[in-house]
Design a binder for this molecule. Sequence first.
Ligand code: EAX
Length: 359
Amino acid sequence: MKNKILAALLTITLAGVMTGCGNSSGGGNTDTSAAQASGSTADSGTKSEDTMLGADSATVRLKVGTTTAPEGHYVKGLQEMQKLLEEYSSGEMTLDIYPNSQLGNERDMMENVGMGVQEMCLISTGPIPNFVSDFAVLDLPYLFEDEEHAYEVLDGEVGTSLLQQLDSQGIKGVGFWENGFREVTNDKKEIKTPDDLKGMKIRTMENSVHMETYQSLGATATPMAWSEIFTALQQGTVDGQENPIAIIESAKVYEVQKYVSMIDIFYSPCVLMIAQSTYDGFTDEQKEAFDKAAEEAKDYQRDYSSNYNKEAIENMKDAGVTVTEVDKEVWKDAANAVYDRLDSLKLNKELVEKIQSSN
Ligand code: EAX
């Protein structure tokens, strides 16, 4: 454990050094290339420009990491929270936002927040089941009918109980924000049916349900951290990947993947996390300001995400990307096989039934 903390502190220190020359005021985007947009570039020199520091005058500074691009929907939500937190705390508190995997990949950041060596992170639910197994039910294919169904479940009893389980990791799960419905991309051919996936190496998150689903569709699921994706695509380690439109467009994945198929196979939430020790150190007034800012930023981020997707699809089409609509019933039937393996995947069947019956 001591080595992990030392490694985490080294990561934080290196990130701090790199971002020392970062923008002094909140905001500030850069025109990042595709590789840089996912934090996968070897050239870390420009990474510091992606950091979005809050108001200099704030005395309570919360460092929040994400693997996503500065222009993406995660960071837009964090910028909104940065603004609201400064307003509701009368300038006392702020967020310092570190996009592009500056503070590590999603698993690293979750561990660092749990150890209290990083204040916050906003990560997809993908890696969470490796720490809290019940989260895996959220990764089942075609579990949620639409965003409204997802919000009802995630903001209700099921979501609340899942967030509370993060306490076991030293983490306060603040809320479910939106990553979105995940689409598959590749650079070889148009994917219309599951048969078109056969034999393709598809990068997935490090998530057993996603891997099992793609394997059952005939693909070779290749799990890796998001920051490794561009190198893997360039080297041919994988043929494609899958992510929501907002990630595909903001990380400029479309620059190296000419085909996007709108399979909507998983609804992917992301979770805003704060170290329990950090939150417990707030005064009552600071907790009130933090909670209010986080709740309002969640609603803002979800709205931003759905509006952004429409614009992002048009941007990609204008860039020459083939965006393919598919017959989702064919995909649902093919992916359904995973529901026969709930026991072997060690999924909480009661939770699955609760979610399915809530629609
Ligand atoms: O959380 O790893 C992924 O594909 C995630 O969707 C991405 O890092 C944003």
